[in-house]
Design a protein around this ligand. Structure first.
Ligand code: PEP
Ligand code: MG
Length: 875
């Protein structure tokens, strides 16, 4: 079996086998780009390594040695040859890009002899020793597991002793002394000499890369991004080129378009006379790529032509690592560039306009999940604010929070629901948990492609990088900007789009959709066949939904209208009523209020369909908490035993106790309320019909869809349907206006799905309430499960996802399919939709389309996402 491939033996179709990086190197080699020679050890070799009990099998080893021989032939250099040494990089490369997650070794092949050879060959001993010490440090860190701290400390002490302030001041002799010190550290820490034999170095490194597939941060990243564990990583061995051989050399990273805004300009940065990790690690702040044009015009020209070639070839924006060795350009790697949602949209739309891709490809290029970044709030331009400092605008979005300096603390406070901003000199992959939990990230060092910037952009989190004005004192837990000191816990606001940092909290404004975004969504609307509606229960949300392109309201939860502070006392009066008359009086007070709400919503939706659900939650939700009430009553019994207040509270307590249930979510709620207190549903139905009558007087035609919740037996729906029909007749008689309406039901109890053929006899439409349907199908309380056991289930992979967020297609989905099939058997034209949380989740949306639903309904902010996901399901 073939485990090792020279770069010219592969292509981009071999990602599974060669990893993303390896497949790309192969592809680039095949299209004639200036890629340094090398070979890739396949992901199968990684799995073989684990199967063999973490050992490179003789077969694989043999193939590696053969490929090495070919590499030596291609480059004309030999590993370990002092007169002309081959040096290589060893990098991991998994199928999906995992930035900063896996380990890399550069300059492999250096030893006490080859370093001398390099010094002579390049006529630059300083560079040779510098490379050697870098190699010892990296190799020791990654392979021998000696903490970099020891090396950094030694170097810092050395610099201090010599009175140097930066590395370039060290001479060749200095580096030789540092190397001696480094080797001593290795000997002390590992009880062995630093390995001198290059082939031993090579195989140790390969093992380390395979091992890094299962290091902690790689595991966390995979979990976060749902990358399967079994894929394994490939290893890329590539001959080194040097960006640190003098001022005609350099190294950099660039995107073929701006990854933050999407603008079609080369974007990136480089460092003169430096090695790759200097840029990514963010230790020196690099120059923008535009400067290269004036400093090395020939190289820049070749570079921009290469970028163009790459984009034409891959038909997407690329993220490129390059090195210039003595005036010659080398492309080290290219991959599809990560980008903000804003950039993703602009790039997709412009590439259609440039004729590079078609509309469907453009629609598939934007991840619906990313869109919420654009729907984020921004800083109100008109707000008074004083800028404290300005850094690089690394990832857009605005955020306010308390300053913390430590990723663990950010995680802890973030998980408690506190808003924090993580401020660090720079971040590393070990900080990832803190970045996840923080509102935003600020670093004082590093560029737009530093770790913090790349990770934050991927998460859609606001980030500012390289803000050098920040003098961070981690020990004192504070940072200083000029005279101003900001302490741990102080509130700051940051704007990731401009790079501004401000003290205190600054007002923010709601987002607007860009022209490109609107255009893309329009293409999505043209492509999709699935309707998208919104869940909204007040005129403001309805307006937002309309603005975001909802085709109607799929769920208006009327209980939210009952929870308004001014209305609660009336609602309570209705609940406490001893008899029908008292209850009717309270309901009569509520009716005009409900009617007003409905008029507002109908108006906001401008004639689009609106589905209104009659009251759903158990009545005790509108009454005070039992425990608190008990405390109050007990207090009054002692302090004021004869008061009217006590009598009232006691009555309330009695009612609360009467309504108390062991399982309220399975209790007296949904249509069971309407069955026992028909006057409540009657009032609501009338309020809807009066609202329609009022609007039709104003010349507006509305066709409401009245929805009965939690039906489990057709007889419930039959009775409630009659009640609504009677209410309609009464209002029609009273107002003299004829109107049209539909009556449907939610399918959110398994029995309803299983008997949907009977239920469809009484229903004009079905709306799947997958929140309750998930609750009742799994038998998990939707209010308790997440906190109690569901999290552990997901972490331990008992369940693939949280079923309350991602529809469980195998189980709950089967009931949805059954419901649709049986319902349409009775009524072929039956309208069907979904209004549970899943209506705004992309995989669930795809399922809804495949199941033949007419529409999905989700929160207004998710409507754009749903429009795009619905289009992607169709393509
Ligand atoms: C549902 O159960 O899916 C639903 C939409 O209703 P609610 O969340 O209000 O119970
Ligand atoms: Mg429900």
């Amino acid at each position: 079996k073939k485990f090792v491939y020279m770069f010219n033996e592969g292509n981009s179709g071999m990602k599974e086998l060669l990893g993303g990086k390896g497949a790309n190197l192969a592809e680039m080699t095949s299209i004639g780009l200036p890629v340094p020679y090398g070979f890739t050890i396949s992901t199968e070799a990684c799995n073989d390594y684990y199967e063999a009990g973490k050992m490179v099998s003789p077969e694989v080893k043999d193939q590696i040695l053969q490929s090495l021989a070919r590499l030596e032939e291609n480059t004309g250099k030999r590993l370990g040859d002092p007169s002309n040494p081959l040096l290589v990089s060893v990098r991991s490369g998994s199928v999906f890009s995992m930035p900063g997650m896996m380990d890399t070794i550069l300059n492999l092949g250096m030893n006490d002899e080859t370093v001398e050879g390099m010094a002579q060959l390049t006529n630059n001993p300083r560079f040779a020793y510098d490379s050697y010490r870098r190699f010892i440090q990296m190799f020791s860190d990654v392979v021998l597991e000696v903490d970099v701290y020891f090396f950094e400390q030694l170097l810092e002490d050395y610099r201090e002793n010599k009175g140097y302030t930066s590395d370039p001041e060290l001479t060749a002799e200095d580096w030789q002394e540092v190397i001696a010190g480094y080797k001593k550290i290795v000997k002390e820490r590992t009880r062995k000499d630093f390995p001198q034999e290059p082939k031993e170095q090579l195989f140790l490194s390969i093992n380390a890369v395979f091992d890094s597939w299962n290091n902690q941060r790689a595991i966390v990243y995979r979990r976060l991004n749902k990358i399967p564990d079994h894929l394994g990583t490939a290893v890329n061995i590539q001959s080194m080129v040097f960006g640190n051989t003098g001022n005609d050399s350099g190294t950099g990273v660039a995107f073929t378009r701006n990854p933050s805004t999407g603008e079609n300009v080369l974007y990136g940065e480089y460092l003169i006379n430096a090695q790759g990790e200097d840029v990514v690690a963010g230790i020196r702040t690099p120059e923008p790529i535009a400067t290269l044009e004036s400093e090395m015009p020939d190289v820049y020209k070749q570079f921009s032509e290469t970028c163009h070639l790459l984009e034409q070839h891959y038909q997407d924006m690329q993220d490129i690592e390059f090195t210039v060795e003595r005036g010659k350009l080398f492309i080290l790697q290219t991959r599809t560039g990560k980008r903000t949602a804003q950039a993703a949209i602009r790039i997709a739309v412009e590439m259609v306009e440039e004729g590079i891709i078609d509309k469907n490809t453009a629609l598939l290029r934007v991840d619906p999940d990313q869109l919420n970044q654009l729907l984020h709030r921004r800083i109100d331009e008109s707000a008074v604010r004083t800028q404290l400092a300005k850094g690089l605008p690394a990832s857009p979005g605005a955020a306010t929070g308390a300053v913390v300096f430590d990723a663990d603390e950010a995680e802890e406070l973030g998980n408690e629901g506190k808003k924090v901003i993580l401020v660090r000199p720079e971040t590393t992959p070990d900080d990832i948990h803190g970045i996840i939990a923080a509102q935003a990230v600020v670093t004082s060092r590093g560029g737009m492609t530093s770790h913090a910037a790349v990770v934050a952009r991927g998460m859609g989190k606001a980030c500012i990088c390289g803000c050098e004005a920040l003098k961070i004192d981690l020990k004192a837990r504070q940072f200083r900007v000029g005279e101003t000191i900001v302490n741990h816990g102080d509130i700051i606001t940051i704007d990731g789009a401009t790079g501004e940092i401000m003290l205190g909290e600054i007002p923010m404004i709601e987002p607007q959709l860009s022209d490109e975004f609107q255009l893309l969504l329009q293409w999505a609307d043209d492509a999709r066949k699935l309707g998208v509606r919104a869940n909204a229960d007040n005129p403001e949300d309805a307006k937002k939904a309309f603005e975001f392109g909802a085709g109607g309201i799929g769920l208006c939860r009327t209980e939210h209208m009952f929870m308004d502070a001014k209305r609660v006392p009336i609602v309570q009066k209705m609940i406490l009523a001893e008899n029908y008359e008292e209850r009717s009086a309270a309901l009569a007070e509520l009716l005009p209020m409900q009617q007003g709400d409905f008029e507002g919503i109908f108006e906001a939706m401008q004639g689009l369909p609106v589905t209104i659900r009659l009251l759903d939650p158990p009545l005790h939700e509108f009454l005070p908490d039992k425990e608190e009430l008990l405390v109050e009553v007990t207090k009054l019994q002692i302090l004021n035993p004869d008061s009217e207040e006590l009598a009232q509270k006691e009555l309330l307590l009695k009612k609360v106790r009467q309504l108390d249930e062991f399982n309220p979510m399975l209790g007296h709620r949904g249509c069971r309320l309407g069955m026992i207190y028909p006057e409540i549903y009657e009032m609501q139905a009338k309020a809807i019909f009066y609202a329609i009558a009022t609007l039709s007087e104003k010349g507006m035609s509305v066709k409401p869809e009245i929805m009965i919740p939690l039906v489990g037996h057709v007889n419930e729906l039959k009775e409630m349907r009659q009640l609504v029909v009677d209410a309609a007749l009464k209002v029609q008689e009273e107002t003299g206006y004829p109107f049209d309406y539909m009556i449907g039901t939610m399918i959110e109890i398994p029995r309803a799905a299983l008997t949907a053929d009977q239920i469809a006899e009484e229903a004009d439409f079905f709306s799947f309430g997958t929140n309750d349907l998930t609750q009742t199908t799994f038998g998990y309380s939707r209010d308790d499960a997440e906190g109690k056991f569901l999290q552990a289930y997901i972490e331990n992979k008992v369940l693939p996802d949280n079923p309350f967020a991602v529809l469980d297609q195998e189980g709950v989905g089967k009931l949805v399919e059954t419901g649709v099939k049986l319902g349409r058997k009775t009524k072929p034209q039956l309208k069907t939709g979904i209004c549970g949380e899943h209506g705004g989740e992309k995989s669930s949306i795809e399922f809804c389309y495949n199941t033949g639903l007419d529409y999905v309904s989700c929160s207004p902010y998710r409507v754009p996402l749903a429009r795009l996901a619905a289009a992607q399901a169709t393509i």
